[in-house]
Design a protein around this ligand. Sequence first.
Ligand code: GLC
Ligand code: CA
Length: 582
Amino acid sequence: MSPHAIEIVPTGANNWWKESTIYQVYPASFKDSNGDGWGDIPGVIEKIPYLHSLGVDVVWLSPMYDSPMHDMGYDISDYEKVLPAYGSVADVEKLIEACHQRGMKLLLDLVINHTSDQHKWFQESRSSKDNAKRDWYFWRPARYDQDGNRLPPTNWRGYFAGSTWTWDEHTQEYYLHLYAKEQPDLNWESAAARKAIYDSAVRFWLEKGVDGFRVDTVNKYSKFTEFTDAAITDPKSYVQPAIAKWCNGPRMHEFLREMYDEVLEPYGDVVTIGELANTPDPEHVLKYVGAEAKQLSMVFHLDIGHVGMGGLEDKYIFHPWQLTQIKSIVGKWQSFVEGTDGWTTVFAENHDNGRSVSRYGSDAPEWREISAKMLALMNVALTGTLFIYQGQEIGMINAPRDWPIDEYKDIEGLGYYREAERQTASGVDPTRKERIMDGLRILARDHSRLPMQWDSSLHAGFSTGTPWMRAHDLYPEINVARQENDAASVLSFWKQVLALRKEHRHLFIHGAFEVVDFENQQTFCFVKSREEKKALVALNFTPESQPFTQATVAGEMKLLVSNSPGSSLDTLQPFEGRIYVS
Ligand code: GLC
Ligand code: CA
């Protein structure tokens, strides 16, 4: 629980998680305690005092379950075991204890749309057509074209490129997997499967004392089980984008409500943060996050991470973006809860995206620190629960542009790259390989998975062995040890502004949001207000000085914090950020 007193605010019931700052730990890359090159739970425990000193209230641990690691643990082979490289169930219990001792909480990642193909449920399901667990997954017969060639039951393209169906020789049927073929989708239509999921994945850990879950791919449990073809948008390909066929299916809300009533609610104010892709309609989102709906506490709207990306088939082709896009996205997911009993989230990074400094600021040596602080100001001033991703607090940046594809490990990025290689080689699209590589340099999930930069010793102080991913070339400059005792560092700035967020929680965590310079493509100025109190936030997203359009209003207010002390009122310096309060 936050060490700060919780007040009654006008936005609905108070829950401990609304005013919490949540820090995401990606266990493989956080801290290796035994030199095998993989981060581990004892390493996380060692760093809890550091997280506490940063001002973090809650740790969200990305998957640490037993897994063959095709998708970095989002392919779980046993919900009740921990990947041996990460430690044991007893280690997680120690971590819960370490968090609770400091008044902090621990969340796990709940990955229950699919399991690993190595999970015993799937092993049983695939063993025969009449196995009792056959319908715990989706099995369908093949179809055939005019020439008698076997085809998957639908033309759906999966997230990691290729079909969503894989043929199983043994029982002569296809099974469904929205992600890798090693991640078969669970069939939530089966009540027995749901009960097993609740017991093994959820209750098991609630009994151990975890305080909640980040809920992976939350709106895909209910599919449109007619399994019809998606419209053909890419005539060159058999597989077609088909997200509408599996997102927000007809029983979605029923399933989540059942899980809430039967599993979560008995454990008190357990927090759940759903990963809610492809749900653009705010009214629809409120069905997930309204307090009365009793489904999820809040959700991540992924739009901010999609800035600069193409659609599903072109995800890793970089598309230049404009600041108005960011303003629209932020404004939309700030405002939609205003006057409702719903709640929202604030984040700029996670393990599925490039680093925010490299994407929305600038990672050029002269700008990276100041733009990291500017983005920190944006984050701390926004309404909702704030999430920070490991390394964001020291302004970690994307991997160097000259790193070759061999340094990239992510199954998704590599899936796109290999597909592009084939298309380039066959002449279907001669420049695609280069375009995808260029996109990966900005957008790949790998960037956030580089080892955490603790100090300037070998491998950034992450590991005494050889890390599973190479440490960033710039770790001697960008690291925790160097920033900890430097009052002007990005880390010190984050500590300062996280404390200010709590102090001015009425405005920053609960205030009503309004953008005041929407058309401006260089600066982002917004107002937060609650009753007669007001904050004005001014952010320059460019490496040039910009006129400060709100100078007159700001002149009447008090400057609370700035990343460029001493600059003049009417000009925002490159990447300058300021917050005024009245
Ligand atoms: C979520 C996770 C991502 C994973 C996918 C499949 O999007 O954040 O890392 O690949 O689900 O589980
Ligand atoms: Ca280790």
